[in-house]
Every structure is written in structure tokens, then in C-alpha cells.
Design a protein around this ligand. Structure first.
Ligand code: TTP
Ligand code: MG
Ligand code: MG
Length: 451
């Protein structure tokens, strides 16, 4: 008898039900069974999530809170408590890791688990899926939905079908029947635009999509996207479950050719490092929950400090602010120089969801990255008014053109001079607060350095 190398894959996907709202209902029993809405409570706040009781009134994620209040005036409106949600997420991840070493957290409330080959240890995978569902429910006290299928694509779709509170299993022989009635918009990567384009051609369900020739999909969407749609219509996906994210951190440190003296210079260098690590974070589509700094003084004493963020972010300014706040938390000895500085980010999670109130900063991050990828990592750096930078503001970034910061920079009144360890400064652009979402009330200055 030959050895079966192509062992059947079994991937499980867990997603918590109405996650933030369920945590609030767990911690405050008087809220159970009531419509609970978690989100920004300010005038321009948006809903992060709504309990299923609130969804019955038409309230959903990303809706303005003001609208939710109209739809559901008797709802309980609460501000998010990210640290508590992270704690609940960690408890769920701990349960998952007792079933397989290969767990890939996708966002705070969902994860893939590779159960391939776990039968010998845990019995049939179908039973394991039920057991995982039961243990999360009883050990965390939170409701979740579970999908089990031969790959990630199908497992994620299965957990959606299982919502709320169920387990849905898709066997290899059921794949076509399972997929056929689903709207195409449920497939990964099929956004409203692609769905509209397909609908215009009479393709509404995955079953319809399956009937479309590969060459036609190619001509409609190009070779790569066409092939991907063709594969998804057949439930094909061989992407692996990555288990590395939890352990991962991103950091950068610099030993300076000459020691740094004084809080202002040290802070400026820390901001440079924060910018560099934030860029790498965004490139990997991750958000950080912890910021660390490392300082080595000239006498080789080394200090590290870290802080847990109130909410996950990839925003360079917020990360830089935290790094500088950490610096100021300790004693800065004026007479001893600094040899080395480092900034690190940890507790990384996938940026697959982004609380609505963090959307604005991401536009700045994208603009910064665009400039840096076109002109090199030294092309643009961050500075802050009132922190030792000469005031050489040259122009205002056109607020309506955040997506092309480079092209829209006003070049009037260019200044020249040294700027904070990044060489000669070419232009300085001051952004009004409203454009970058920095909550501290500081303006932000973009320093563009010529090479
Ligand atoms: P989701 O898993 O998308 O939604 P959910 O858990 O609230 O509800 P369900 O899965 O049962 O449909 O998101 C997980 C959490 O992420 C959610 O509780 C709040 C947060 N979130 C936002 O902050 N903004 C958003 O736009 C979305 C979709 C989620
Ligand atoms: Mg969820
Ligand atoms: Mg989710």
C-alpha cells in the first residue's frame, strides 16, 4: 500500500459573534438580550459593531453613530475598550493553540487553524470543530461561529454561513452545492466594483460565475484576477495557514557615529525610527498593539521601556508620539550621551479590519509610503512643530489630494538647512490637524530631505 502524501487538508475558521458587543454583554450581565452598540460616541463617531439585538433595528458596523441612535433610540451606546477585547482574543487564541500549532490570527476576533493531520491526536475533525466551538463558548463566555472545510477560502465562507453561534462543515463532495447559491460578493477580493461588473454581465451567484469561461473572465478582468475568480468559483485555494504573526515583532535600531545629547535630539531620532518601523508595519498590512524603545547610554547602560496602546494602529505619528512619551517617562541625563536608540513594535495583528475612527490616519500613511517607495526611504520624514525644528513651513498639502502628496506639495518658499539628522532639508510641508488625524492637537510637519 502506497503512502498517501496528499493528506486531506482541514482548515477551521473561527469568528466571534458581534465581538465587541458580546464582550460588553459578558462583563455587564444587565446588557444581555438588549441592543448594544459599541463605537465612537462623539458627533462624528461611527459604529464599530452592534449586538444582534441591535442589528434587528438595522444598525451595523461603519454606520454613523448618530444614525444608529435614530434607528435604535433605546440602544445602549458604549465606547470601545480595546485592551479588554485583546484580552478576550488572547484567551480564544490560547484555546485554539491546544488543538493545533498552526494558528493564524486574522484580526482581533478571527483566526484560521490548520487541523490537517490532527485526527490521530484529537479524533475526527468534525468532532474537533464542535469541541473548539464548545470550549470557546464555555471558557471565554463569548459566542462564536466556526467553519470547517478543505481550505481557507471555504472555511471562512462556512463560518459566515454558520453565524450566529453555529458550526458549518463543508466536505469536499459538498463544495459545489455549498458555493453555488452564494452571492459573488462573498468571495475574497470581490469588492462592490467587481460585483457590479459581474452583475452587469448577468453573474450574480458563485454558481453563475462557475458557468463563465476562463477566457471570458480573462478578457473582463485581466489574466491574474480572471484566473483567481475562476479558481474561487470552484472553491480552489491552496494558501497555507501562517502561524508566525503572534511571535513577530518589527524593530529597528541605530548606533550613532557621535553620541546624541539632549532630549530634543533624542526625540527627533526616535521619531525617525518610529517612522521607519511604522512603514514596515504598513507594508506588511499589520497593526501594532505595543511600542517599545531601547536606549543605550554612552556608559553602555541600556534601558528598554514599552507601552501597550489603547487601540491597534499602524499610524506613524501615533507610534512616534508613544516612543517619545516613553523616552520622557524616564530620566534623561543631560551630561551622558546616547550611543544607540531603537524602536520596536509588537503584539502585531493583521490589518484586515480597521476601526472606522482610524481610517483618516491611514490615508496619510499611504501617502507617505507612496513618496518613500518612489524616491527612497530617506526622501520623506516626519517632524513636529515646536520640537526643535526651525520653522520653515513651505506649503500646505492640498487636503483634497491626500492620495498624491508628492505631486500636490506646494513648492513656494522652499527653505534650506539641516534637519534632524536626515541631511539637507528640501521642503517642509505643514499639514493642518484635520488632515492627519493626530489627536494631540499638534500640527504635523512633513520634512522632505534631498538625498
Ligand atoms: P467582525 O467580525 O467583522 O464583526 P462582529 O464580530 O462584530 O460581528 P459578526 O462577526 O458576528 O458579524 O468584526 C470584529 C470586531 O471588529 C467588531 O466586533 C468590531 C470591530 N470592527 C470595527 O471596529 N469596525 C468595523 O467596520 C468592523 C466590521 C468591525
Ligand atoms: Mg466577528
Ligand atoms: Mg471578524
Amino acid at each position: 500500500m502506497g503512502y498517501d502524501c496528499a493528506m486531506a487538508r482541514w482548515i477551521l475558521h473561527v469568528d466571534m459573534d458581534a465581538f465587541f458587543a458580546s464582550v460588553e454583554q459578558l462583563d455587564r450581565p444587565e446588557l444581555r438580550g438588549r441592543p448594544v452598540i459599541v463605537g465612537g460616541l462623539g458627533r462624528r463617531g461611527v459604529v464599530s459593531t452592534a449586538s444582534y439585538e441591535a442589528r434587528a433595528f438595522g444598525v451595523h458596523s461603519a454606520m454613523p453613530t448618530a444614525k444608529a441612535r435614530k434607528l435604535c433610540p433605546h440602544g445602549v451606546f458604549l465606547a470601545p475598550r480595546f485592551a479588554r477585547y485583546e484580552e478576550a482574543a488572547a484567551a480564544t487564541r490560547a484555546i485554539l493553540s491546544t488543538f493545533s500549532p498552526v494558528v493564524e490570527p486574522l484580526s482581533l476576533d478571527e483566526a484560521f487553524v490548520d487541523l490537517t493531520g490532527t485526527e490521530r491526536l484529537h479524533g475526527p475533525v468534525e468532532r474537533t470543530a464542535q469541541e473548539i466551538h464548545r470550549r470557546i463558548r464555555t471558557e471565554t463566555g463569548l459566542p462564536c461561529s466556526v467553519g470547517l472545510a478543505p481550505n481557507k477560502l471555504l472555511a471562512k465562507l462556512a463560518s459566515e454561513v454558520a453565524k450566529p453561534g453555529g458550526v458549518h462543515i463543508v466536505h469536499e463532495e459538498d463544495v459545489d452545492g455549498f458555493l453555488a447559491p452564494l452571492p459573488v460578493g462573498r468571495l475574497w477580493g470581490v469588492g462592490p466594483q467587481t460585483a457590479r461588473k459581474l452583475a452587469e454581465r448577468g453573474v450574480h451567484t458563485v454558481g453563475d460565475l462557475r458557468g463563465v469561461d476562463a477566457s471570458l473572465l480573462h478578457s473582463w478582468f485581466g489574466p491574474a484576477a480572471g484566473a483567481q475568480l475562476w479558481r474561487m468559483a470552484r472553491g480552489l485555494d491552496d494558501s497555507p495557514v501562517h502561524s508566525v504573526r503572534d511571535a513577530k515583532s518589527i524593530s529597528q535600531e541605530v548606533t550613532y557615529p557621535e553620541d546624541l545629547y539632549g532630549e530634543e535630539d533624542i526625540a527627533r531620532e526616535l521619531r525617525q525610527l518610529a517612522m521607519a518601523v511604522a512603514t514596515r508595519l504598513a507594508e506588511e498590512a499589520l497593526l501594532a498593539t505595543t511600542v517599545r524603545i531601547k536606549i543605550r547610554w554612552a556608559d553602555f547602560t541600556t534601558r528598554t521601556r514599552q507601552v501597550r496602546l489603547p487601540e491597534p494602529t499602524d499610524h506613524p505619528v501615533l507610534i512616534a508620539d508613544e516612543a517619545v512619551a516613553l523616552l520622557r517617562r524616564g530620566e534623561i541625563q543631560a551630561e551622558v550621551g546616547v550611543r544607540l536608540l531603537g524602536v520596536g513594535l509588537a503584539g502585531l495583528i493583521a490589518a484586515t479590519f480597521r476601526p472606522e475612527h482610524l481610517f483618516v490616519p491611514s490615508q496619510l500613511g499611504a501617502a507617505l509610503q507612496q513618496v518613500r517607495s518612489r524616491h527612497g526611504t530617506q526622501s520623506l520624514s516626519l517632524g513636529f512643530p515646536g520640537e526643535g525644528h526651525p520653522r520653515r513651513e513651505a506649503g500646505i498639502l492640498n487636503p483634497g489630494a491626500k492620495d498624491d502628496a508628492d505631486a500636490k506639495m506646494d513648492e513656494r518658499g522652499r527653505g534650506r538647512g539641516g534637519c534632524g539628522g536626515v541631511g539637507q532639508c528640501d521642503r517642509v510641508v505643514r499639514l493642518p490637524n484635520s488632515d492627519h488625524g493626530v489627536p494631540s492637537g499638534q500640527g504635523l510637519v512633513l520634512l522632505s530631505a534631498c538625498g
